[in-house]
Ligand binder design. Structure first.
Ligand code: GLU
Length: 300
């Protein structure tokens, strides 16, 4: 595994669907600290692909909060909504190899199907986030059936045919990890996610697809992000292999937890960076709150 050096590229990639909190501060500042210690670069990406949840005023708040805590980034910022063609091209590559299929079931229909199966005592597989795998119906359809359904249901999604995709991978799928959990060579297990969603009618690319395209386009050599995305890395590694994209080194850092011991959420006011700033906290206080100040080190 190559150690970070002055050619290393780090990136922080927040979504403007809520205000930044202490967890984001840890991620951003850790990216900056790791880049600074090796003389590498730091890029910023605004993950605004899901326009149903993202808002422009929240993007502005991200810039304000990041400047305030002392996170510095190179311009230009990559905004996903300005690069939709690159995600479509990646999706087309997978489509050309028969690795994706149109999926027509609504969230409610999936929920009802799973509930009915579980009521019969069937164990329905769930992904690491607890969401049920997508039922097999749409994967098994014929070409003409698909074409017909696509005409009748213009609001469909594209999903990865996980079994077919895995068939294309010959070498063991792994990633290199240097973070706060298990480190070293980590075996990837993308099948635990089922047929992941890659695009929706109201969002031209999913998080999984855009993150691998963006990390490659931005030349990210090191992905430093929270441990909540540790398991998602399996999907990212699979998509990188299928699309012929380079693999960065991953560093999944500890999460900042709330007083109740749970992961912070964007709707919680108390740990939001803007409210802490208004309450009189300083950027040095933020570093201390996220545990980035070494004991005995005086911050000026
Ligand atoms: N946009 C994601 C988030 O805000 C982070 C994605 C990543 O770092 O890969 O949680």
């Amino acid at each position: 595994m190559s150690a970070p050096d002055r050619h290393s590229v780090f990136r922080f990639a927040p979504s403007p669907n809520g205000l930044l909190h202490l967890g984001h501060a840890l991620s951003a500042l850790l990216n900056r600290q790791m880049a600074q210690s090796c003389g590498g670069r730091v890029l910023l990406r605004i993950e605004d692909i899901d326009q149903t949840r993202c808002r422009p005023e929240l993007e502005q708040a991200i810039y304000d909060d990041l400047r305030w805590i002392g996170f510095e980034w190179e311009e230009p910022v990559r905004r996903q909504t300005e690069h939709i063609a690159s995600y479509e091209a990646a999706l087309r590559k997978l489509a050309d190899r028969g690795l994706i299929y149109p999926a027509f079931m609504t969230r409610g229909e999936v929920k009802a199907r799973v509930a009915a199966a579980e009521a019969r005592g069937q164990v329905w597989p769930r992904d690491p986030d607890g969401a049920p795998h997508y039922p097999a119906d749409d994967r098994a359809r014929s070409t003409s059936e698909r074409a017909d359904l696509m005409k009748r249901h213009p609001r469909f999604a594209y999903r990865l045919d996980m079994a077919r995709a895995l068939n294309e991978i010959s070498a063991p799928l792994v990633w290199q990890e240097t973070g706060d959990g298990q480190t070293g060579t980590i075996p990837a297990n993308p099948s635990q996610w089922g047929d992941v969603i890659l695009s929706r009618s109201d969002a031209p690319s999913s998080y999984h697809l855009s993150v691998v395209v963006d990390d490659a386009v931005q030349g990210a050599t090191h992905v430093v992000r929270g441990l909540d995305l540790y398991y998602a890395t399996s999907v990212h590694r699979l998509l990188q292999e299928l699309l012929g994209l380079p693999q960065p080194v991953y560093h999944h850092h500890r999460l900042v937890l709330g007083e109740d011991g749970r992961k912070l959420s964007k709707s919680e006011q108390a740990t939001g960076l803007a409210s802490l700033r208004q309450a009189g906290f300083s950027p040095a206080d933020i570093r201390r709150l996220v545990g980035l100040v070494e004991p005995g080190l005086v911050q000026v």
